[in-house]
Every structure is written in structure tokens, then in C-alpha cells.
Design a protein around this ligand. Structure first.
Ligand code: SIN
Ligand code: FE2
Length: 220
């Protein structure tokens, strides 16, 4: 019985190279070389020094999310119990403006986003071994025409993506360090989330865990 359910779970992890993703979300495995990933991690360390990680809190309940986060770029995504999800130009705890977005990320956007304006926010999410992110849509932007471009660094995660309705069927697959995901066109509003991290699957970071960078256009 146990074996059967394990088999079923394993089979449910698809290979996007063989099977299309819902709404043609795009997955670019190993988009970044190891050297590019190392450079990016160093740039993120500098960003975190200037704009320390904070614990995002769910609107209304104030429940802490399991990721810690910061941002770079002209705008940053934040959430607090009192004011909920929003973009703002200042770090919620230091009151300082966010650090600039590294040129490496702007270049990636130019190459893959197929959108005439630059990204305005880059969310930097840190997942410890036990962190996850529930199924959600990225819908706090005033612009759903631009894609959401996201990069994985460090430990592998189990990523899940469905359709535009929470109850639509989902597909799961593993994102590894250096992979890129593009939620574009219809997939821009697809529900997605991270079910788990596989600690010890990458040596890129000094400790277990995963970094996800999400580039977004916020204004029209
Ligand atoms: C997010 O949806 O904000 C993060 C997705 C990820 O960590 O890959
Ligand atoms: Fe998201």
C-alpha cells in the first residue's frame, strides 16, 4: 500500500521537457551557468546586507510565512498583518529604498521576457530546508501583460503549477539551481507554489536552502 502511494507520487512529478506545462508556462532548465549563479549569489549577499531579510506576514491573521525575503529594484513586494500585500519603494523595517537590481537580472529580462519595459521589482525569497510556499497567483501588480520571470538558486525544490482557477489540476516538477521559469501569456495568472525543498541537493550556497528571484513589472 505504502509502496503504491509512493509510486503514484513519484509518477506525478512530470518532466516538462516531455509534457507541456499548463497554459504553456515556460521552463528553461540550466539557464544560468555555474559561474553566473555564483556571481548572482554574491550580488544577492550584497543586496541582503543593504536590505536585510524580513519575515513576511499574512494579511489579517499576521501569520508569518515560512520564507524570509527582501527585494531589489525601484519597487519591492511586502506584506504585513495590517496593510496586506503591496508594492512599495522602501524596505518595511529600515525605511531605506531598495538596492538596485543587478545588471545580470536586467539582461536576463531583456533576453527572455519579450516585454518593452524593464522589470521594477525583484523579490528575493530565502527558503530554509523546511520552508514552502502555498499555491497562489501573482496578482498584486497593475500589469498582467508583462511576464513573471523567476530564477532558482541552491537546493532543488518541488514546484507546482496549475491553471487560472485554484481548483484546476496541477503539475509538479523539480526546479534545480540555475533554472528559470517564465509565467507568460495565459500562464501569467496560473496558480503556483513550492511544496518542498530538497536539502543538500546543491553546494552553491554556504548552507542548505534555496533562493528564488522573481522579476516583475508592477506598473503599466
Ligand atoms: C513565488 O511564487 O513567489 C516563488 C516561486 C518559487 O519560489 O519558485
Ligand atoms: Fe508567485
Amino acid at each position: 500500500m505504502i509502496n503504491n502511494s509512493l509510486t503514484i507520487r513519484r509518477l506525478a512529478i512530470i518532466s516538462p521537457q516531455l509534457e507541456p506545462l499548463p497554459h504553456d508556462a515556460q521552463w528553461v532548465p540550466q539557464c544560468l551557468t555555474h559561474e553566473e549563479q555564483l556571481m548572482l549569489v554574491e550580488e544577492i549577499r550584497q543586496i541582503v546586507t543593504a536590505a536585510p531579510l524580513f519575515v513576511p506576514k499574512m494579511p489579517r491573521t499576521g501569520k508569518p510565512m515560512s520564507v524570509r525575503m527582501t527585494n531589489c529594484g525601484p519597487l519591492g513586494w511586502v506584506t504585513t498583518k495590517e496593510e496586506g500585500y503591496r508594492y512599495q519603494a522602501m524596505h518595511p523595517e529600515t525605511g531605506e529604498k531598495w538596492p538596485d537590481m543587478p545588471a545580470t537580472l536586467l539582461k536576463l529580462w531583456d533576453k527572455y521576457a519579450d516585454y518593452p519595459k524593464p522589470p521594477e521589482a525583484c523579490l528575493v525569497n530565502f527558503y530554509e530546508a523546511s520552508a514552502k510556499m502555498g499555491l497562489h497567483q501573482d496578482r498584486d501588480e497593475n500589469n498582467f501583460d508583462a511576464p513573471v520571470l523567476s530564477i532558482s538558486l541552491g537546493d532543488t525544490c518541488l514546484f507546482r503549477i496549475g491553471g487560472e482557477n485554484r481548483k484546476d489540476p496541477t503539475k509538479s516538477f523539480k526546479l534545480t539551481s540555475g533554472d528559470m521559469m517564465l509565467l507568460t501569456g495565459k500562464s501569467r495568472m496560473a496558480f503556483h507554489g513550492v511544496d518542498r525543498i530538497y536539502p543538500g541537493t546543491s553546494t552553491l550556497l554556504k548552507q542548505d536552502g534555496r533562493i528564488n528571484l522573481t522579476l516583475r513589472r508592477v506598473t503599466a
